[in-house]
Design a protein around this ligand. Structure first.
Ligand code: SAM
Length: 246
């Protein structure tokens, strides 16, 4: 019977391809890839030669019904993105939704994703965490997200392009103040893998000196309780408790 496999691919180091992921890609009837050229090069290096179909945000509306039809007729489709996990800040979501609607099994494979890889080495609590993907580009639109991260008792994680990193960190520092601990995880699993850790102002100073290059995950430490503002409900409860105590 037809089904959809969601197959993670390496985020830099080709050896992070799992044995099962490779087997699924070899045995699928089709590989649905975001960019067939980029993925073609990677698959070639991994020794995988299989039929590819392009599936990305620009053609997903018309392509999804075609792929659903193929799966209903029994085809096994393996979906990959350019790097890491499909659906995580990548296309693929529509196809998953359509499969669920059409009773086609969706089989996810575990594997590399940049945010989880960064999180486990960040030194910040991994539970709870909030993953934001890419933030909006404009400072004014980023601010509400940073306000939320400022108050959050969870580690916050987001992706940023190298040429926007400094500006985004400036906006974040303006909201957080200079002392919040952050980590910039760069080029994970690659030759130039690096973790820049410290107060946001220190990290900002570093990247103002050394221009950011490569791929980045940014992590923001959870708020300490002192920073956490009291919600209205908490405040009412506190006043009630104090009044009861007299
Ligand atoms: N699907 C991918 C995943 O599972 O992580 C994310 C794809 S998203 C289009 C690409 C962004 O992920 C990059 O701009 C960067 O922020 C982050 N990223 C991907 N690979 C990375 C790496 N090796 N090191 C650091 N960040 C990475």
């Amino acid at each position: 019977a037809g089904k959809l496999y969601l197959v993670p691919t390496p985020i830099g180091n080709l050896e992070d391809m799992t044995i099962r992921a490779k087997k699924v890609l070899q045995q699928a009837d089709y590989i649905a890839a975001e960019d067939t050229r980029t993925s073609g090069i990677m698959l070639d290096r991994l020794g995988i030669h299989n039929k590819m179909v392009a599936f990305h945000k620009f053609n997903s509306k018309e392509k999804a019904p075609e792929l659903i039809k193929l799966m209903r007729e029994g085809a096994v489709i393996a979906e990959i993105s350019d790097a890491g996990m499909p659906v995580i800040s990548d296309p693929g979501f529509i196809l998953v939704q359509e499969c669920i609607k059409n009773d086609i099994p969706v089989v996810p494979l575990p594997g590399p994703s940049a945010f989880a890889t960064a999180l486990i080495a960040s030194g910040f609590d991994a539970q709870p965490f909030t993953y934001y993907g890419f933030l909006p580009r404009k400072s004014s639109q980023q601010k509400p997200y940073f306000e939320q991260m400022k108050q959050a008792m969870a580690t916050s994680i987001f992706y940023e392009a190298p040429h926007r990193l400094v500006k985004t960190l400036e906006t974040a520092a303006a909201v957080f103040g200079p002392d919040r601990q952050i980590v910039c995880a760069r080029e994970l699993t690659k030759i130039h893998e690096e973790f820049v850790r410290g107060r946001i102002q220190e990290v900002l100073d570093h990247f103002q000196e050394v221009a950011p290059r490569g791929e980045f995950v940014v992590l923001v430490a959870p708020a300490t309780e002192a920073v956490q503002a009291l919600s209205w409900d908490d405040l009412v409860k506190l006043v009630q408790e104090l009044t009861e105590k007299g």
